[in-house]
Design a binder for this molecule. Structure first.
Ligand SMILES: [Zn+2]
Length: 468
């Protein structure tokens, strides 16, 4: 034997797409699964990763990067309805938020047309919950020859990158990550050890983000001008994560603009109260900025002064200009969809898309400024669309410059791209290959892969020293 060991990688989801993230790694007889999400453009079984294509009973450990549905929402299904018997790990805040988020997901997927396609029940959720183990950032855990450590990933509260080591080979999985400091989170950190393989997200491909301050100004100006002309503003958001960041921006803006005193800002989420407590609990995991506010003013910055929480639209008095921050972010159903349909015919209103919109969702379609939108209750009916549509991205993902800079600092020789639609991912691959073209054919050569779902990638690594 030449000592070459096979490193196998396969996407069960999240290959050349955004959604249902799930990646399998096999090396030296160990199997690691990364994330277990659902696809936001589909429902029921169709939203799952391709679990049938792999024997889940062989998985040793499953690491969940963060609480977003496209990374975590099929976990109760995996744990309760498949032959999976491995151990599951996530950070403390991820587990705390995961519980409320998924019980909301169960509720949403068990009403109306989608009831028959519910993937699991509340009982499945609570049974699986107790079996999930938590990890601290920067503390290495060893499970039967697999060592792994969680690092800050930015993105959302609790998000982690995992550095995994098996038999001397190291790989880093970024999950979703951001390198920009925002109002409450630390940016992603570069792990102290250099990995052989980097598995990175490619959501924004080679695109460049608008500077943070500029987009905040654009957002608040647009909201203000819509309200002045008597319009309503809808901000569809994923229930948690970027929503809290937007609420911090709005709360501050309202406190600086007395003329907006009578104008209500609502956060329409059944999770708002429960999750406020989680954000309160984990303020020690946020950035200095927010910890300082917490200390100096002796008040919780997430205890908003100008924002009203509403559970649903039952008690919502839809009269005059207002701002509503509502989920889901891609307008598939629920409160954000209901308000969009209600407000779509009036040209004074604005809907501002602040998140990443996945292919196949109404959110993505809306960006093409259609004349009509389908009614959720009755898809054969369409509603005239005159509402103003704007996109100001607050999605906490790296852009090309941030991603390529991070890759440079991490310095891997093998890069596997996941979590991106085919085109942006393909462009990112080309840009990276041309950036590293000078090393081609040398032992410094950088290889970049963008495998499709269920395509097995087989890489050989020679002569790795076993860390003792
Ligand atoms: Zn995410």
């Amino acid at each position: 034997a030449n000592g070459a060991e096979s490193f196998r990688f396969m996407n069960l989801g999240g290959g050349n797409e955004v959604g249902r993230s799930c990646h399998i790694i096999q090396y030296k007889g160990k199997t690691i699964m990364l994330d277990a999400g659902v696809h936001p453009a589909h429902s029921g079984i169709a939203a799952l990763p391709f679990y049938d294509e792999f024997d889940l009973s062989t998985v040793d450990i499953l690491l969940i990067s963060h609480f977003h549905l496209d990374h975590a929402a099929s976990l109760p299904y995996v744990m309760q309805h498949t032959n999976f018997k491995g151990r599951v790990f996530m950070t403390h805040p991820t587990k705390a938020i995961y519980r409320w988020l998924l019980s909301d997901f169960v509720k949403v997927t068990s009403i109306g047309a989608s009831a028959s396609s519910a993937l699991y029940t509340d009982d499945d959720l609570s049974e699986s919950f107790d079996k999930i183990e938590t990890v601290d950032y920067h503390s290495t855990i060893e499970v039967d020859g697999i060592r792994f450590t969680a690092y800050h990933a930015g993105h959302v509260l609790g998000a982690a990158m995992f550095l995994v080591e098996i038999g001397g080979l190291k790989f880093l999985f970024t999950g979703d990550y951001s390198r920009e400091e925002n109002r409450h989170l630390n940016p992603a950190e570069v792990p102290p050890t250099k990995p052989d393989v980097l598995i990175t997200e490619s959501t924004f491909g080679t695109a460049t983000h608008e500077p943070r301050l500029e987009k905040e100004v654009r957002l608040t100006n647009l909201i203000h001008s819509t309200l002045i002309k008597g319009g309503r503003v809808l901000l569809p958001v994923f229930a948690l994560g970027t929503a809290q960041e937007l609420l911090l921006i709005l709360d501050e803006y309202w406190s600086q603009h007395q003329d907006l005193d009578g104008v209500n800002v609502y956060y329409a989420s059944s999770l708002a109260k429960k999750c406020l407590a989680v954000f309160q609990t984990y303020i020690n995991m946020m950035n200095d900025n927010i910890r300082k506010q917490f200390r100096d003013q002796n008040s919780n910055p997430f205890q908003f002064k100008h924002i009203k929480n509403i559970k649903n639209l039952d008690k919502f008095d839809d009269f005059g200009p207002c701002v509503v921050v509502a989920s889901p972010g891609m307008l598939q159903n629920g409160v954000s969809r209901e308000l969009l349909e209600r407000w779509a015919p009036d040209s004074r209103n604005s809907v501002i898309m602040t998140g990443y919109s996945v292919e196949g969702t109404l959110a993505k379609n809306l960006l093409t400024e259609p004349d009509q939108i389908p009614s959720f209750q009755n898809p054969d009916n369409s509603i005239p669309r005159r509402i103003n549509i704007e996109e100001i991205s607050f999605a906490a993902h790296v852009d090309y410059e941030q991603n390529s800079k991070f890759i440079e600092l991490v310095d891997p020789k093998t890069i596997i791209l996941v979590h991106g639609e085919s085109n942006p991912m393909g462009r990112l691959k080309s840009a990276l290959l041309s950036k590293y073209s000078k090393f081609k054919g040398t032992d410094q050569e950088v290889k970049v892969y963008n495998p499709r779902n269920c395509d097995e990638l087989d890489l050989k690594f020679k002569g790795l020293k076993i860390a003792k």
